[in-house]
Ligand binder design. Structure first.
Ligand code: ZN
Length: 237
């Protein structure tokens, strides 16, 4: 027979979402986000949705939705719960690694997942205009763009692209050693610093996003994806 303490223990151990937000429930997993549903999602809920989605991805438990039905249901408007800034790397597609579907998340993808004025404008649309509650900067290990920036690669317009990452490389370089992409630990260090730099850039350069973050209407988080396992680790602060 369950006593009160045991019941409380069970509740405490249950997934937060299952207790507080019916939209997390199994039967709603393929429901397209509406303005009403988006408004019911807090920034913490949005983060929980991404974490749960990556958990499904790494455990092979992805949800199989009718995407054609979702396309029709979302044709007249979108209300994604999050915006993701990710690398263009073919192995890190946000919808797949977070197990999200049509209309769930905005993606801004660029080699090296940095944020410039153009990406920032897109994020202001995604959040201040379209209502997304979370911005996630998604970096990954063994990133070609990070390695190119470390080696100071010069090639056509890629030179200008990588110049966005060079300041992070220079900050991360210590002593007199010439940084090299052959140093895997250094590559990872720069990739993580690049994610944190992007998050900081957003808050420092967008008064609209800063205001929402200060009011706790929006959260900006950084995360790193591991290519081999598919696991995404969220970074502190
Ligand atoms: Zn990359």
């Amino acid at each position: 027979m369950l006593n009160r303490r045991m019941i409380c223990g069970c509740l405490a151990a249950a997934p937060l979402a299952a207790l507080t937000w019916p939209a997390f429930a199994e039967e709603n997993q393929c429901a397209v986000f509406t303005r009403e549903r988006q408004a019911s999602v807090t920034p913490a809920d949005a983060l929980a949705l991404l974490k749960a989605g990556n958990e499904r991805f790494v455990s092979g438990q992805t949800v199989n939705c009718d995407l054609v039905k979702q396309a029709a249901a979302s044709a007249t408007g979108q209300a994604p719960f999050a915006a993701i800034v990710g690398c263009m790397d073919s192995r890190v597609p946000p919808e797949l690694v977070f197990d999200q579907k049509i209309g769930d998340v905005f993606d801004a993808r660029i080699a090296g997942n940095f944020v410039d004025t153009n990406i920032l404008g897109s994020l202001e649309f995604a959040t201040a205009v379209a209502g997304a509650r979370l911005i996630c900067i998604l970096g990954h290990n063994d990133c070609g763009a990070i390695k190119g920036a470390i080696d100071d690669v010069k090639f056509g317009n890629l030179t200008a692209t990588l110049a966005n990452i060079r300041p992070v490389v220079e900050d991360a370089s210590t002593g007199t050693d010439t940084p090299t992409s052959k140093d895997a630990a250094f590559v990872q260090k720069v990739a993580e610093a690049n994610v944190r730099n992007a998050a900081r850039f957003i808050l420092d350069n967008s008064p609209a996003i800063r205001e929402m973050a200060d009011a706790r209407d929006l959260m900006v988080v950084g995360a790193m994806h591991d290519l081999a396992s598919g696991r995404i680790t969220f970074l502190d602060g």
